[in-house]
Every structure is written in C-alpha cells, then in structure tokens.
Design a protein around this ligand. Structure first.
Ligand code: F0G
Length: 450
C-alpha cells in the first residue's frame, strides 16, 4: 500500500466553524494582532502548538475514569511510575504539572549567578527559567542547523567543538548541566542523531558534567534515528528510546507533547541527593510526590500516553503527515526549514515576504495573514519571540500539528490558504509593537500594522 493512513478511527468529534473575513478582521484587531490573545472558538484550524492539544485515545479516557485520587500512594502514581521506569530506565521519577515546572525545579537547584547552561537550542521556557535563576543560557547548534535549505538529516545536533570551546572558556565548574533538546523545537523541530547524543555524553563524561535531556519529543526523535541513522533501521523504537535515556543523567519532559496528554510533565534524575532536593521543592510548590500538581486521572492518562507514543504505526503516520504538509509547501515555492521536522513545519517568513525587514516582524505579518485568509492560527518564532534576548538568525512561522487531531483534508485546506496568501504576499504589511511585558513578550504583546 502506498497511502499511510491515520492508524485510528474517530470516536468523538468536536465541531469547528468558519468565520467571515469581516469577523476575523474584528477579532484580529481586538487581539492586538497577537494570535495568542484570540478566542480559540474564532480559530478554524489551530496550529499554534502541538502542546497539550492532542486527542486522547479511548484507553486514555478509560484511565481518566480509573484515576485514583488518593492524596498519597495512589495506584495511578504507581502505574505512571512503572511506565516511565520501563521506558526510560530511571529510578527517580517525579510527576509535575508540565515541562516548565520540571525546568523550574531543576534550575532553582542547579542554576544561579555565574552559571552557564549549554543546549543545542533552548526552548523559550527553558531559557527563561535559566535566566530567572541568574544563569546564562547558551545555544550551540551545528552550523547546518541555521541554514533553512540545508538537508542535513540531523539538523538538531549540538556543535561538539563549540561545546568543548565553551567548557574551556567558562570552566567546567561553572556549567551545572549540559542540555540537549530532542527534537530541537526552536531550531525547526529537527532531530538529534544518536551519534551526537553519544558524543555530547562523552564530552560530559570527560569533564564530569551531568547530561540532561529536554525530552518532550523523544519518540519522534527516536523515529528519525530509526529512519535516518545508519544501523538503526532494524531496532525497535522502544530500544532506541531506552538507549537515549540510558546515556543521560536526567531529563525534563513536558508530557503535553509525546506524553499525549493535555496536561502533565516529568522530572527524571539519576543523582539521589539532587532528587531528594527536587522532591522537597516539588512538595513545596507543586504537590505531594505521588501527584506533583496533577490529578490521579492525569497520571493514568500519562501512563497510557507514554505507551501509545511508542507505537511505530503511529510514529510512521505522524512523521509522514508532517512531511506531507512541508513537501507541498515546498512544491508551491514556499521556503520552509528543510527537511520537514517532526511536530511542525517552520516557514521561512523572511523569504515569504522579503519586503518586510526583521524589525517589522515578518513572521507576525505572515501569522496575521494566515488568520485573515483562512482562520488558521500559527505561531511566530523569530524577532517577536526572541528579540528581547538576542537577534534571532531566522524569522520563522511555525505550523505545529496537534497529535491525532486533524485529518489530511484539514491539511489540504491549510495548503489552499497558503497558496492564496503566497499569491498576494507582497501586500502583507510589517508590524510594530505598541505594548510589551519585560519578558516572554510573544504571549501578551500588542501590535499595530505599519
Ligand atoms: N521544552 C520544549 C522543547 C518545549 O517545546 C516546551 C513547550 C517546553 C520545554 C515546556 O513545556 O509547555 O509543558 O511547560 N513547548 C510548547 C510549544 C509550549 O508550543 O512548543 P511546557
């Protein structure tokens, strides 16, 4: 068979409704041209994020009913813990309410003034949590990762030489952890090779540094390893996943991605003393160790979700359907980060509207254009998101694909909207910020059109 079909059928549906162009104009103006400030009911196809927006399975909903809501020692916790132990091999496992809660606990413990934390590319909440602790977050992607047209199979890799140079420059004593984000979200949803993970591990071992994963999309990353890396094709994804975790000393995980739940997170730590401190912080601010700020039913859904994500027919469909969107955009002449990533397609907004300079936020112009044209919500990842911190090297628009939510005809509709917008891309206008908070401005800033 040539067609890779959705490996599920639909049991429960949620209506979506189209708005008129006039209504969208009004909603956009009221939202200050920031799509985070739109009412979700005014969006037709929501590609803002793949985080917490997936569809749960019948088994996950069954788990919701089974949830044990005991304050301490709930069955649901032990089911969650056993699943995570089986998959990752870690003994020390804490549930948290989402990825950034894990990050906050980790960096409150190991961050601080004078510390430096390298990563292939920090996600924005990781960066913000590191900086909030007083430490410096440094991105060390490989040069190929910065070139949208480069078809390197593992563009998410970390630059090993740059890591060595950073350690030599700032000193191993000032680096509390080395992180690796799999897949590299801010770098285009690109995977990291097993070879690179092993190499980062080796550098860490040489300098006595703990090696942590930001493992939100570990299963998608493992699928790319299976498909693209020499000698990996015949290994079960589960085994590749286990090797990845075995190489690490800890991990922060947002279960809202490959955990296939609407809310949840995980913190893994090999170091027993650090784990004890993390446990204390968890109790202080999240909740008791057997629920970590979640309900028992959430832990059930996570336990089931982490199992389902390792189904290879699912991963094949998932990665193929993302590539479908990316390849058709390329056919149309829309430049994306090549090759297509795992959870999202990243459109090169600077190439889409070359008449809009970076200071006028071309990504935001494209995002507003997609909403006006067809009620699609996407996310700017460029000067709006990172401009308060640095000058980003790329102006991107991310089309993130929620897991198990949209069908191929939804995606074909997205492609039609793109075609229409691309045909009139020279009519897109630059934007300026009229109000912004001191950090993470993309969530709440308001814009005006130039
Ligand atoms: N790390 C990565 C690589 C992420 O993509 C995210 C979230 C987080 C950490 C934080 O997890 O949201 O559960 O607190 N990414 C979402 C996104 C928000 O849209 O890419 P969280």
């Amino acid at each position: 068979m040539k067609t890779i079909i959705e490996p599920f059928r639909i049991k429960s549906v949620e209506p979506i409704t189209m708005t008129t162009p006039q209504e969208r104009e009004q909603h956009l103006t009221e939202a200050g041209f920031n799509l985070f400030l739109l009412r979700a009911r005014h969006v037709l196809i929501d590609l803002l994020t793949d985080s917490g927006t997936g569809a749960m399975s019948a088994e996950q909903w069954a788990g919701i009913m089974r949830g044990d809501e005991s304050y301490a020692g709930a069955d649901s916790f032990f089911r969650f813990e056993k699943t995570l132990r089986d998959i990752t091999g870690f003994k020390n496992i804490l549930p948290t309410h989402q990825g950034r809660a894990s990050e906050r606990i980790l960096f409150q413990l190991v961050g601080g003034e004078g510390k430096v934390v390298p990563n292939n590319t920090h996600f924005d909440t990781t960066l913000a949590n590191i900086e909030h602790s007083g430490a410096l977050a440094v991105n060390l992607p490989i040069p190929e990762g910065m070139d949208p047209k480069n078809r390197h199979p593992f563009k998410g890799n970390m630059d090993i030489q740059a890591l060595e140079a950073l350690i030599a420059e700032v000193g191993a004593d000032n680096i509390p952890v080395v992180m690796l984000t799999i897949t590299n979200n801010s770098g285009g949803g690109q995977p990291v090779s097993l070879e690179n993970i092993r190499a980062v591990r080796a550098v860490c071992q040489k300098h006595g540094l703990p090696f942590y994963l930001d493992a939100c999309r570990f299963a998608e990353n493992a699928w790319f390893i299976k498909m693209r890396e020499e000698g990996q094709r015949d290994r079960p994804v589960r085994e590749i996943v286990r090797e990845i975790f075995d190489l690490s000393d800890g991990a922060t995980i947002s279960a809202k991605k490959d955990g296939m739940v609407n809310m949840g997170g995980v913190l893994l730590m090999r170091d027993d003393n650090l784990f004890q401190e993390a446990t204390n912080l968890l109790i202080l601010t999240e909740g008791y160790i057997t629920y970590g700020g979640l309900a028992g039913r959430d832990l059930e859904a996570m336990a089931q979700g982490f199992e389902e994500i390792l189904r290879e027919d699912y991963l094949q469909y998932r990665i193929r359907s993302t590539a479908y969107l990316g390849e058709r955009l390329l056919d149309m002449g829309v430049q994306i980060i090549e090759p297509p990533g795992g959870h999202a397609i990243y459109v090169d907004a600077a190439a889409f509207c070359p008449h809009i300079p970076a200071e006028q936020f071309p990504g935001q112009a494209v995002v507003c254009g997609l909403y006006r044209e067809g009620g699609i919500r996407a996310c700017e990842i460029g000067s709006v998101m990172f401009g308060q911190h640095e000058t980003p090297s790329m102006e991107l628009v991310r089309l993130a694909i929620p897991r198990r939510v949209y069908t191929q005809s939804h995606i074909d509709y997205v492609l039609e909207v793109f075609e229409a917008l691309f045909a009139r891309s020279d009519s897109l206008r630059g934007m300026r910020i009229i109000k912004e908070p001191p950090a993470l401005r993309h969530f709440t800033a308001r814009f005006a059109e130039i």
